[in-house]
Design a protein around this ligand. Structure first.
Ligand SMILES: Nc1ncnc2c1ncn2[C@@H]1O[C@H](COP(=O)(O)OP(=O)(O)O)[C@@H](O)[C@H]1O
Ligand SMILES: [Mg+2]
Length: 257
């Protein structure tokens, strides 16, 4: 849900009212192979949780379980107090926005159309209303001038900001980011991270899989270290980065920092 105070009309002062999210003993498998085992995690409304860990540890699978791009084998995902496993998946995905490493924009549509499409097809808005909201969301991510550009005519950083605007346009209660800056040229990373930090500050509930340890340290309320399909440690940035207890986390940090 997104609201703005009645005296203000510009998009940039809007605050979000993120929902709570809880994973309870989440277990996920591909075929017979379990890649996530008994993961439990609580994300308070309006807070940011960063998930770190080596490649193959199950970070993407966890996010895919939350919005049911891949169905959990057992356990539960609780969104705003109700089981997400009981919500219609299309409705669930409009309540939980997801941003991927490779943007996943429609190449033959403009930035504006990419943001507006789901508003009329899923949210059943009129085309005029959808375009109006899409314009506002693009302005909010600094792309008002690029509304009529196709993805190929935008930088990677701009494409990712369109993808974020598209997710925000659905007025999600939670935003998931899966290595949202990993495919970007180094000079474009900062703009996207700054945008993500501003969403966190405005009260969105966010779960962010990232290799950007500086971002995790600065923005996260909670950092979760995963390895081999399990949560090994979770805590504040200071606990995780300054006082890692497990040998596995110590080794991981020594490799990435
Ligand atoms: N579609 C899939 N089919 C089979 N195995 C998969 C699939 N996707 C991921 N895996 C396996 O699941 C494990 C966790 O993968 P993933 O969640 O992508 O890890 P991460 O995002 O932390 O790198 C890995 O061993 C990976 O090879
Ligand atoms: Mg991954």
């Amino acid at each position: 849900m997104i609201t703005s105070t009645s005296t203000n009309t510009t998009a940039d002062i809007e605050t979000f009212h993120g929902s709570s999210l809880e994973l309870k003993n989440l277990t996920m498998a591909y075929g017979d192979i379990e890649v996530l085992r008994n993961v439990s995690l609580a994300v308070a409304p309006g807070t940011t949780t960063c998930i770190i860990g080596p490649s193959g540890s199950g970070k993407s699978t966890l996010l895919r379980g939350v919005n049911r791009l891949h169905e959990p084998k057992s356990g539960d995902v609780v969104l705003a107090g109700e089981s997400a496993l009981k919500v219609n998946p299309d409705i669930l995905r409009s309540r939980i926005g997801m941003v991927f490493q490779h943007f996943n924009l429609f190449p033959d549509h403009t930035a504006l159309e990419n943001v507006a499409l789901a508003l009329w097809s899923v949210k059943k808005m009129s085309k005029a209303q959808a375009r109006e909201r899409a314009h506002r969301r693009l302005a909010e991510v600094g792309l008002a001038e690029r509304a009529d550009h196709r993805p190929r005519d935008l930088s990677g950083g701009q494409q990712q900001r369109v993808a974020i605007a598209r997710a925000l346009a659905m007025e999600p209660e939670v935003m998931l980011f899966d290595e949202a800056t990993s495919a970007l040229d180094p000079e474009l990373v900062k703009g996207v991270l700054t945008l993500m930090a501003s969403l966190a500050k405005r009260g969105m509930t966010m779960v962010v899989v990232t290799h950007e340890m500086g971002f995790a340290r600065k923005v996260a309320d909670q950092v979760v270290f995963m390895d081999e399909g399990e949560v090994v440690e979770a805590g504040t940035p200071a606990e995780i980065f300054d006082n890692p207890r497990s040998e596995r986390l110590q080794r991981f940090l020594s490799e990435v920092l």
